[in-house]
Design a protein around this ligand. Sequence first.
Ligand SMILES: [Zn+2]
Length: 139
Amino acid sequence: MTLVLPLSLLDEIRRHAVSTYPEECCGFLIGRAGRDHLVEEIRKARNSAPDSRRTRYSIDAQSIMEAEKRAAASGMVVLGYYHSHPDHPSVPSEFDRAHAWPSYSYLIMSIRMGSPDSSRSWRLDDAGGRFFREEMRIV
Ligand SMILES: [Zn+2]
């Protein structure tokens, strides 16, 4: 399975990540799920982690419900989540793994000294124990 992401949306994620630096940004990847995950829009979320927002993110349940409802209203689904890693590689942390669900895409954008660096997408295996890298195609 591949995450297909328009360049314009990748740029939006980059801008979001730069704007919240040195704290993590987070949001939703919304679109259509078939053989691949086709992202059609992103939706920003507030990082509601009570502390340590430089190294973790949290999205409150209300925002998740709203995002799912709005996606469904236009025939789409929440395909996954994106978040940034300020001055850290685009590799999931143990916190990310422990809070992830199978079947979602997790895009991580690395930000170095306030500038966008690499981005990678990850997915949890079905047992939920391990992240593996998901192919990402920018279109
Ligand atoms: Zn993370």
